[in-house]
Design a protein around this ligand. Structure first.
Ligand code: PLP
Length: 341
């Protein structure tokens, strides 16, 4: 454990993630892309409780317990990894859960497959909402909280993706792991690349990297957005970083112009795939045996590969791609993948 890492004022957390995830080489992908690519296996933070959300939930659920909550409430898309991880983590912590899920037609919700099946298995109460109502998601979660209170319960609301100041500590912790991982390798201009869907992973990695002095060691952070656009995420990530700096009086702050959001790879839209993205996902699996998901990691990896085709030096001499999980989103894409196999 590095000195700086032990001095960071981490809030209390639960032990949910199998952290200390491996940093592995991708030798054949590196050869094809002409740049060293390593992969931080945050898909291995667990089996059912897998991916990046678990690191955030360690801090969020500890805060829920500290506030005396008995029910957690959160929201996401119908196949939300975050909602699934929240429902399972809540069950593990002895808390009830309610998830607000976005779908095309709330009167005819999708079948309980993939993440939805796991939400149900973990006992989450599911409330379906329409795409237009997504804009009112925070008010809808407050309605759920009022229902819990009226029944004598104590709710704790987690925003979309667990992306707030508390949840983002999970990725400060990951930045600390990466700092230690990279200290064992020859110094080389390096970029940490990952998918950005609600901004918490990006906020934690950007602020964590700065707190740990990584930019001085030639290490940068680049988020590939899989929805919305650059301007939106610069706003969201800057706000989360500013909240963290203020709330814990941290000795570092992130200015909007320091954020590298790699825009242009949302493609057909959130959770909608194009054949070229699925070809990248397939090729990564065939070359190095790493399974990406179509919604986040596959799209981000495809964006990274496309940027490299334009500019081989875009991310320096070494890329650390953070695999943020999402495996359960692969199976609902089986029909789209079939013609490529
Ligand atoms: C598998 C996976 N990767 C990446 C992300 C994006 O992370 P964040 O929401 O912190 O931006 C998410 C969730 O949104 C996810 O489920």
């Amino acid at each position: 454990m590095s000195l700086v890492r032990t001095r960071l004022p981490y809030p209390r957390k639960l032990q949910l993630a199998r952290a200390g995830t491996p940093l592995e080489p991708m030798p054949r992908t590196s050869a094809v892309l002409g740049v060293e690519v390593l992969i931080k296996r945050d898909d291995l933070t667990g089996a059912e409780l897998s991916g990046n959300k678990v690191r955030k939930l360690e801090f969020l659920l500890a805060e829920a317990q500290d506030q005396g909550a008995d029910t957690v409430i959160t929201c996401g898309g119908e196949q939300s990894n975050h909602c699934r991880a929240t429902a399972l983590a809540a069950a593990r912590a002895g808390l009830a859960s309610r998830v607000v899920l976005r779908t095309d037609d709330p009167a005819a919700p999708p079948p309980a497959t993939g993440n939805i099946l796991l939400d149900r298995l973990a006992g989450a109460t599911v409330r379906w909402i329409s795409r237009p109502d997504w804009a009112k998601r925070n008010a809808i979660m407050e309605e759920e909280a009022a229902t819990v209170r009226a029944a004598g319960g104590r709710p704790y609301v987690i925003p979309e993706g667990g992306s707030n100041a508390m949840g983002s500590w999970g990725y400060v912790a990951c930045a600390a792991e990466l700092a230690d991982d990279l200290a064992t390798l020859p110094a080389r201009p390096t970029t940490i690349v990952f998918a950005c869907g609600s901004g918490g992973t990006a906020a934690g990695l950007a602020l964590g990297a700065k707190l740990l002095g990584l930019p001085e060691r030639g290490v940068r952070v680049a988020a590939v957005n899989v929805c919305d656009d650059r301007a939106y995420f610069v706003r969201v990530i800057s706000r989360i970083c500013a909240d963290m700096t203020a709330r814990w009086s941290l000795p570092a702050a992130i200015a909007p112009e320091e954020l590298d959001v790699v825009d242009g790879y949302v493609g057909l839209g959130y959770a909608r795939s194009q054949p070229a993205e699925l070809v990248t996902l397939r090729d990564v699996c065939r070359r190095d045996g790493v399974v990406l998901d179509p919604v986040y990691t596959g799209k981000a990896f495809h964006g990274m590969v496309t940027e490299l085709a334009r500019d081989r030096g875009r991310f320096g001499e070494r890329i650390v791609f953070v695999h943020t999980g999402g495996i359960f989103g692969l199976f609902p894409a089986a029909a789209e993948l079939a013609p490529l196999l």
